[in-house]
Design a protein around this ligand. Structure first.
Ligand SMILES: [Zn+2]
Length: 194
């Protein structure tokens, strides 16, 4: 179970860092949960920085935008290592669409947590074929807390953990999700997968 850490502002040197992963399929509310946690940290006057890979250009360039239009300012970065240069003395680091970073993100996240920062990562845990979406599995392994959120199967209404791709594009990175994907439970995913 995820336990929200104390939000009272102790000095960073006295704080223990930690890694939290919020994972799930498309339409599962990962970004909403990320925004919820970051908003609460902000209310507690903690210094919050948010990043996302610059590959994700679905909406505005500098906002983490969730599908219910709750926005929070974020900085697009090309490489995971850029995050280290931009976090400075912040208390909480949020990263959205974490699955689009390369393996270096694992090292970066570990360094930030070891510095005493709270690092909250949101990302897809499986690709459109239902396979683990690296580097998320490795991040889940080193995290203190992993929260898996679920969508609703758009075919039968059960809880859904899979992202069904409706188009036949071959690349893993196809953005503009609403028209390209639907959430599916395991049974419907296996029936509908092309
Ligand atoms: Zn279903």
């Amino acid at each position: 179970m995820f336990i929200e850490p104390s939000l009272n502002s102790r000095r960073q040197s006295e704080r223990k860092g930690q890694i939290e992963v919020i994972c799930g399929s498309m339409f599962s509310g990962k970004t909403e949960e990320l925004i919820r946690r970051l908003t609460r940290a902000k209310l507690a006057r903690q210094k919050v920085e948010i990043f996302k890979p610059s590959v994700d250009k679905r909406y505005h360039d500098s906002d983490v935008v969730s599908h219910n239009e709750n926005t929070i300012r974020s900085t697009p970065v090309h490489f995971a290592g850029d995050i280290l240069l931009l976090t400075g003395d912040c208390d909480v680091v949020g990263i959205d669409e974490t699955q689009f970073f390369d393996e270096e993100i694992v090292h970066v996240v570990q360094l930030l947590a070891n510095q005493g920062k709270r690092v909250i990562l949101a990302g897809l845990d499986m690709d459109f074929e239902g396979k683990p979406f690296e580097p998320m599995p490795r991040l889940m392994a080193i995290a203190e807390y992993v929260t898996k959120v679920h969508a609703i199967c758009m075919k039968c209404g059960e809880l859904a953990a899979f992202s069904l791709r409706l188009s036949s594009a071959k690349e893993k990175v196809v953005l503009g999700e609403k028209e390209s994907y639907e959430a599916r439970c395991r049974k419907c995913f296996l029936e509908d997968k092309k």
